[in-house]
Design a protein. Structure first.
Length: 162
């Protein structure tokens, strides 16, 4: 899937740029639907749909070919999901030049940190995430991506959609 770039936006355009950090979950889809419904008629809002897939360490795979197959399969799966998300925005009138798709497969200890790094790099005004719905026990052990973004994002609004 091709990646659009919003590096050519004017400062006033950047004021209206939203980062939707998603995965293949129902909560992410609900977040996309919410954004499309809420901003669909606003012609000067730009959306970046970001998905970060944490890459396992090399010793997770038996061979280099197994690692490459995993990457290819993950890429294809998320390309389909992201195309569906793009179609939701198209359905409410978003033009392609207002939608950026970013799929990043990389080693990362924390999805939240990777999302925050992306925000710091391009200075989005709103970060939107879907709440995963993990239990309190799981959140205590593994942490919550939405909770970390909510508490550590700076110079932006954060929306958590359930």
């Amino acid at each position: 899937m091709s990646e659009n770039s919003f590096t050519g936006l004017t400062p006033s355009d950047a004021e209206r740029h939203i980062l939707a950090a998603v995965d293949e979950s129902d909560n992410s889809k609900r977040a996309i639907i919410f954004l499309a419904d809420f901003f669909g008629r606003d012609k000067d809002v730009y959306i970046t749909i970001l998905s970060i897939i944490p890459e396992p360490s090399e010793d997770f795979f038996a061979t280099e070919a197994a690692m490459e197959k995993w990457r290819t399969d993950k890429q294809a799966e998320m390309d389909r999901v992201m195309a569906g998300y793009r179609d939701i925005f198209h359905g409410v009138g978003f033009a392609d030049d207002r939608i950026t798709i970013r799929l990043i497969i990389r080693p990362c200890a924390s999805i939240a940190d990777a999302i925050l790094e992306e925000h710091a790099r391009l200075h989005y005004r709103i970060i939107v995430v879907g709440r995963r719905g993990i239990s309190h026990k799981e959140e205590f052990i593994f942490g919550s991506t939405s909770n970390k973004i909510l508490h550590h994002a700076t110079n932006c609004a954060v929306m958590v959609v359930e």
